[in-house]
Design a protein around this ligand. Structure first.
Ligand code: XIL
Length: 663
């Protein structure tokens, strides 16, 4: 009875959930419980539900059924005769539905938590019946088709007599017929819901259990639409299931009724200790074993799930720690014991895949993950809502999958699970990706530069690539003021950045301008502005460059660049270009710094170029008249030097400067 019904509900609630219902070892409780056709649930306290993410995260991860601890009670839903408030109830139903969880409704008719407008109103019997009918039709009707089971009548039997309690509002206003009426109204409002009678201390044998049995068998015999009996199961540690529980379940089954453990907790006399927690674990694992063994047991619901939020400490002085997670949401021995029973016999599914990564392309997302030992395939699941529920979008026999046909601009969340003949693992950690049209955009950091005449400034151009765009991007710049030059390093890149260096000559136009940096690649051109302000101070960073003609005989010529610095230089590069006038060629080069300077030269028909470069990572301290010399030999005429040029490029204080000039 239970297995067929649980499966149907799951299909109706969320078809994806069936996939998660396969065998797993050490998975969340809902996975193995669903595999075995059992609902595992908990009562929800709306305050942490709304305010602590870990509270709702744990619910959705572990459970396949929810019930409201208070939000569905008469006073909460129906605060004035003509006022209903469904805010909390709606939120809970929406959450359960979004996460593939069934819902129990608790409770329609109870002597507690009913509003004073009702209890202190002077209503006739007929009026109270009308109010009861209106309440049930409105509440049950609102959630028709969404509630698995309703606790229609709660705690109506007197434990001493086994008869209906006579001290309740409903009994006193309506008489004993209120019970059958309530079931009738609820059935009218939602014929698909399973209608329960719910009570405490009626789980085994004795006057109260017999009283409940007599009440419900009477209802069955008169054809009332009752479908189940709820056993609250508020217990004191240590507690064990006994033969009396089985006998009771079976006599209810013989009436055609299912049962559910609806409010289990096992309160520990404080302080608790390791032994008490082990004892408590036995109570919980007993309850799971019991429900799996008794075919008419549909659900095992605890009254809360974390000791952080439980009615026990506030209700039973000196007791606490009654639930399966501790105050920090860590599983207690009770949890592990339940898990062990639920997973027994399910076989070993592969481990959960790790290392899932998503790369967005245009209209597609490529996924890769680490292979799981023993997996024969993987299910790839997707959602547009972080955390699920997920829809399976494909299956792969390798640890990679490309999901295509996607809408650019919509963020998607993916998980994968591993499958083998024994079952399916739980889902991996979620990753997200947003497919984008293939392309790129540019940005400048800093977005504006201020440079002095004679100096240079650098900005990093970032290239943000989307949709799998990998083409090289070539850079140009527009809008240069007169006397300003700019260059890119590199000029074309398949990477994520390039550097733009703008240099102002000693006579550059002073003022503000906007450079337009353009990148072109893959048939697209994008631009980004770079603000540029050229200031008039010819700041050299404390470096003086003096061109010096050291020798200019007809046979030998030496031209020096002398560098005087009052600051540390962290980069220095000197290029000297000597024209090859008739008969002139390279003869030598030297510097007065030493091994920190790499020097080299090249010759063409028209010129000899001498290069001096400070090695990377070296710093030159302040000094006067460092000499960088370029020598040529000639063939009888003095070499005319005024067309020979030099460029001194250096960095000091993090700023680059260029001092060009000629001899
Ligand atoms: C309790 C809630 O846990 C408390 O928050 C509230 O103050 C009182 O009711 N039997 C039931 C539940 O059927 O509705 C009760 O819930 C606990 C006992």
């Amino acid at each position: 009875m239970r297995r067929a019904r649980a499966g149907l509900i799951i299909v109706a609630v969320c078809s994806v959930f069936l996939l998660a219902a396969r065998a797993v070892v050490a998975a969340p409780l809902r996975t193995s419980a669903t595999a075995k056709g059992l609902f595992v649930g908990a009562a929800v306290n709306m305050t942490p539900f709304r305010n602590e993410a870990i509270y709702s995260d744990t619910l959705r991860r572990e459970l396949n059924l929810l019930v409201a601890e208070n939000a569905f009670k008469f006073d909460a839903l129906h605060p004035a005769q003509t006022t209903f408030n469904f805010t909390d109830a709606d939120a809970l139903v929406a959450f359960a539905q979004a996460n593939g969880m069934a819902i129990r409704g608790h409770t329609l008719v109870w002597s507690n938590q009913i509003p004073s407008w009702l209890t202190s109103g002077s209503f006739t019997r007929d009026q109270v019946i009308a109010i009861l009918r209106d309440h049930i039709m409105t509440v049950v009707g609102r959630y028709r088709g969404k509630i698995l089971a309703w606790d229609v009548v709660n705690e109506a039997i007197d434990g001493n007599t086994g008869q209906l309690r006579t001290d309740t509002f409903w009994f006193q206003k309506i008489g004993p017929e209120y019970v059958a009426m309530a079931f009738q109204f609820a059935h009218e409002a939602d014929p698909g819901a399973i209608l329960y009678y719910n009570d405490f201390e009626a789980e085994g044998s004795g006057t109260k259990s017999d009283g409940v049995f007599n009440l419900v068998s009477g209802l069955v015999n008169q054809g009332a639409p009752i479908g189940g009996v709820g056993w609250q199961m508020h217990k004191v540690n240590p507690f064990r299931i006994t033969a009396a529980n089985h006998t009771n379940a079976q006599r209810l089954a013989a009436l055609g009724l299912e049962i559910s453990i609806t409010e289990m907790d096992v309160r520990i006399p404080l302080p608790s200790d390791a032994q008490k927690l082990q004892d408590q674990a036995l109570a919980y694992s007993d309850a799971v074993t019991f429900c799996l063994d008794e075919p008419n047991c549909a659900a095992l619901v605890s009254w809360g799930f974390t000791d952080k939020f439980s009615w026990v400490p506030g209700t039973f002085n000196g007791f606490g720690d009654a639930l399966m997670f501790d105050m920090s949401y860590q599983p207690k021995p009770a949890y592990t014991a339940m898990q062990t029973v639920l997973e027994a016999g399910l076989g070993n599914a592969p481990p959960v895949p790790t290392g899932l990564q998503a790369t967005a392309g245009s209209g597609q997302v490529q996924l890769t993950w680490n292979a799981s030992a023993g997996a024969t395939s993987y299910n790839v699941k997707r959602t547009t809502t972080s955390g699920g529920p997920y829809t399976t979008v494909g299956s792969s026999t390798t640890a990679a999958f490309t999901n295509t046909g996607l809408t650019n601009g919509t963020t998607l969340f993916f998980v994968v699970s591993a499958v083998n003949a024994s079952g399916e693992s739980a889902n991996s950690t979620q990753v997200s990706a947003t497919p984008q049209a293939a392309g790129f955009s540019l940005s400048a950091t800093p977005a504006s530069l201020t440079i002095n005449r004679g100096a240079c400034g650098t900005s990093t151009i970032g290239i943000t690539r989307t949709g799998g765009f990998t083409a090289g991007v070539a850079f140009t710049v527009g809008g240069l003021p007169s006397g300003v030059t700019a260059s890119f390093n590199p000029g074309t890149t398949t990477g994520a950045t390039t550097l733009v260096t703008a240099c102002a000559s000693a006579t550059a136009a002073v003022g503000a301008a906007t450079l337009t940096v353009s990148g072109t690649g893959g048939g697209l051109t994008q631009t980004t502005p770079v603000g540029l302000t050229v200031t008039s101070t010819a700041d050299t960073g404390g470096v003086t460059v003096t061109p010096t003609l050291a020798a200019n005989g007809p046979w030998f010529n030496e031209q020096q660049v002398r560098v005087t610095s009052t600051a540390n230089l962290t980069a220095l590069s000197i290029t000297i270009v000597i024209q090859r006038t008739a008969g002139v060629s390279f003869s030598g080069q030297y510097n007065t710094v030493g091994g920190q300077i790499a020097q080299s030269n090249t010759s063409t028909a028209g010129a000899v170029t001498y290069q001096f470069t400070l090695a990377a990572g070296q710093t030159l301290g302040p000094a006067s008249d460092r000499v960088f010399a370029a020598q040529t030999s000639g063939s009888g005429t003095a070499h005319p030097t005024s067309g020979d040029t030099y460029t001194v490029t250096y960095t000091t204080g993090g700023q680059s400067f260029v001092q060009p000039g000629h001899f």
